[in-house]
Design a protein around this ligand. Structure first.
Ligand SMILES: Nc1ncnc2c1ncn2[C@@H]1O[C@H](COP(=O)(O)OP(=O)(O)O)[C@@H](O)[C@H]1O
Ligand SMILES: N[C@@H](CCOP(=O)(O)O)C(=O)O
Length: 302
């Protein structure tokens, strides 16, 4: 059996909800995973094709193995084909997609008896990622709040206005999430924590349809200011767009910028002037899914 999985890109934090909020974007990676008697073989088309390992070190293979191991299955090798559309190291959740996609493929291969329900997949994905905010929407779709309770990650969907458009401005060079996390302080002032708690609560209302709250709801003092130096021009772009009344934030750990709105002329001019790509979509309502064999897809993976 071959499991064919598609898994969405995600944007985490959404300004104030650091390591907590995230949403699925309309751009998908696809994976085909089978178990083989011989050594592991990996084929990659698209993003990362020239750089990624082709054996057991490949992140998707590691995730498939983790899922299989949790279900008590240890194959000799894994045959993996990837069609990658999510750019790497841009704050669009490529690593979460790889991990969640691999775990969902493992779930399809072992069947229900393997015990890999959504809670188990989210827990394993969070072990890989170190934070659950990308893994939750990659798995469940939509916009999510993720948190840890009694040592286990949990997630809940937030209702989102179906008219909401999302635009990601994507710079040409990556910044690894690890580097952007290393720039964060160990402690923040209580006033800044309180500021963000209020803004994160407001974010839920804004996503539900209170678009008049979007600007206030996307202010942040917990991560963006500390990341300015490692992200190059990203914070300048955020401030320029916000100065024009657009709710722009750092997408995930950056360096991309997420605008909670359509790709209007202001957004396109800002991106064009810097040679950045623009990706516009709605919030993707579905998370990682196992696709029927031979299902056709468009250029975004839909
Ligand atoms: N589809 C993939 N297949 C294999 N490895 C991947 C894939 N996507 C991401 N990775 C690994 O994760 C790294 C990027 O992860 P990270 O720094 O968290 O950025 P992102 O914001 O894109 O998730 C890549 O350099 C690569 O090592
Ligand atoms: N909360 C994390 C989100 C990282 O998202 P990514 O898409 O950049 O991997 C953080 O801000 O570090």
């Amino acid at each position: 059996m071959v499991a064919h999985v598609r898994v969405p890109a995600t944007s985490a934090n959404l300004g104030p909800a650091f390591d907590t909020a995230g949403l699925a974007l309309g751009l998908w990676d696809e994976l085909e995973v089978g178990l083989v008697d011989g050594p592991t073989r990996v084929t990659v088309v698209g993003e990362g094709a020239a750089d990624l390992p082709e054996g057991e070190d490949h992140l998707v293979v590691r995730a498939v193995r983790a899922g299989l191991e949790a279900a008590g299955v240890v194959p000799a090798g894994v045959e993996l084909r990837c069609t990658n559309r999510i750019p790497h190291g841009r704050g669009m959740g490529s690593s979460a997609a790889a991990v969640v996609g691999g775990l969902v493929a493992a779930r399809a291969l072992v069947g229900e008896a393997g015990g890999l329900d959504d809670g188990a997949v989210l827990a394993l994905a969070t072990e890989f990622e170190g934070h659950p905010d990308n893994a939750a929407p990659a798995l469940l779709g939509g916009a999510t709040i993720a948190w840890t309770e009694a040592g286990r990650p949990r997630a809940a969907r937030i209702p989102v206005d179906p008219a909401l458009r999302l635009t990601v401005l994507v710079p040409p060079a990556p910044v690894l999430t690890r580097a952007a996390r290393a720039a964060l302080p160990a402690q923040v002032p209580h006033t800044d924590a309180a500021f963000n708690a209020g803004r994160a609560a407001l974010l839920v209302l804004a996503l539900e349809g209170r678009s008049d709250l979007l600007m206030a709801a996307t202010e942040d003092r917990l991560h963006q200011p500390f990341r300015a130096d490692v992200l190059g021009p990203t914070l300048d772009v955020v401030h320029r767009l916000r100065g024009r009344g657009l709710p722009a934030v750092v997408s995930g750990a950056g360096p991309s910028v997420l605008v909670l709105g359509p790709a209007d002329d202001t957004v396109r001019r800002e991106a064009d002037a810097r040679g950045w790509l623009v990706h516009e979509s709605a919030v993707a309502t579905g998370g990682a899914v196992v696709r029927p064999q031979g299902d056709r897809h468009d250029a975004t993976g839909r």
